[in-house]
Ligand binder design. Structure first.
Ligand code: PRP
Ligand code: URA
Length: 208
């Protein structure tokens, strides 16, 4: 399974705070951002670098920089937007490609309503952002879309994953690593992750 569960005391602590039933919108939003920043650090650990010559204060020196075209981050609307600023704190030059998907409450199938990708997707690594990987339908649809645009180097960053979603993504796209803060128990009859976070989009945006 191409799954990376990020083990770090700060990650575990912050996720537990988010799971509290009385976590306010402001607190949930702040924690989403903080967790995303910590996790992006881990998810970018294997980025390739190359040597470069720079002018240092004492003359020419050899430095290192990230190789290739700038990363595109791909927040899945709405909830993925909550993770965006945390990731941009680390990678401020990242290009942003936005995908709007709404899970149908009855069928649990993702319904597409927005799509705006940056140019040269075939040359860029992509980091998909969504707090929740439940059935995996939204993630698979997003990876399908990115691959259709030629993107070949794709990673997914989620806060909480259900085993069902991890399996679905792995079956459809075994080349795409999923980074998560937690692998939870299961989905309930309504497609919610247990114990999960509840409805992450509603909590981040203050709806409901
Ligand atoms: C949630 C979540 C994911 C999706 C996960 O979004 O943010 O995008 O559901 O479920 P899946 O793995 O079963 O596809 P939702 O559709 O509730 O939209 P929102 O972000 O606008 O709240
Ligand atoms: N979307 C959410 O926001 N939470 C879940 O548990 C499942 C899908």
């Amino acid at each position: 399974m191409n799954l990376h569960i990020i083990k770090h005391p700060l990650v575990a602590h912050k996720l537990t705070l988010m799971r509290e039933a009385d976590c306010s919108t402001g607190k949930f939003r702040t924690l989403t951002k903080e967790l995303s920043r910590l996790m992006a650090y881990e998810a970018t650990r294997d980025f390739e670098t190359e040597h470069c010559d720079i002018n240092g204060w004492c003359g020419h020196i050899n430095g290192e920089r990230i190789k290739g075209k700038t990363l595109t981050v791909v927040p899945i609307l709405r909830a993925g937007l909550g993770m965006l600023d945390g990731v941009l704190d680390l990678i401020p030059t990242a290009k942003i490609s936005v995908v709007g998907l709404q899970r149908d409450e009855e069928t649990l199938q993702p319904v597409s309503y927005f799509e705006k990708l940056v140019d040269k997707m075939d040359e860029r690594p992509a980091l998909i952002l969504d707090p929740m990987l439940a059935t995996g339908g939204s993630m698979v649809a997003t990876i399908d879309l990115l691959k259709a645009k030629g993107c070949r180097n794709i990673k997914a960053l989620v806060l909480v994953a259900a085993p069902e979603g991890v399996q679905t993504v792995h079956q459809a796209h075994p080349d795409v690593p999923v980074f998560t803060a937690a692998l939870d128990s299961h989905l309930n009859e309504n497609g919610y992750i247990i114990p999960g976070l509840g409805d992450a989009g509603d909590k981040i945006f203050g709806t409901k």
